[in-house]
Write a protein that binds this ligand. Sequence first.
Ligand SMILES: [Cu+2]
Length: 284
Amino acid sequence: MNIKYKIIIPLSLVALLAAACNSKSTPSANNQSGNAGNNNITAIPQNAQNVVTYTDNGFSPKTLTIKKGDTVVFENKASDDARVASNPHPIHNGYPTTGGCVGSTFDSCANIAPNQAWSFKFDIVGSWGYHNHLNPSEGGTIVVTQPSASAAAFSQSANRLPAKPAAMVTSPTSQPVKTSPSVSASSMPSPAQKNFTVNANDNSANLTTITASKGDIVSIKFNVAANETYHGGLDFRSPNLSTGTIVTGSSKTVSFTATNSFTFIPYWPATNIQKPYVIKVQVE
Ligand SMILES: [Cu+2]
């Protein structure tokens, strides 16, 4: 069995269709040009690994957990168009990459017709809500996890060379074998998981400094109080990572690998008014 062809054919198909879509000038306001990476709308691919299916009943599974770097294929098997977009509606900026047609690049931007699919690669660890922009009450969550060092090395060799895990083949030559990165990575200690809970309202939070070590996987659960918070809720924003809108009385969890210190600033999402406190993430 030749695995290479299975991988190369769908990818080149994606590239061709993406190029075709972008060269066409469409009058649709939803179609943003100059954003080629985003309009990966194709026929439904076969044998996709991470699939969310949209039917007339909404998205399934509601929560899909993947590894950082995985691509999710959103397949439309419903009778109507769908447009997958990062929460919150309508600003689509929850997934923290800018340059999409509205906010985040996690946005199909164009409508996905029945029997078409849209693919998106997730490079940021965290829990990312999305919705159908054409019917915003429908949605789901993609949970992107950080593979542990050894798991990452294993899944890379397992995905690409299932029949021949290169790292484990003993070299038949007498030359010294270079230590491969996967071997040294697997001998490194796994990063620590650190969990924090922030209880916040419009005026203050119970936890305003979070301390972690470089490399830690940090999870912060933001609870937005039902009382003493304007009903539109809060959005905790930082240069690289934002929670998106958390409505009053609900919570959201963000996860990331600690690299540099930064600060979350809470805002009223509807009016972009900054609240009078900050939450510092101190990485030592
Ligand atoms: Cu929307």
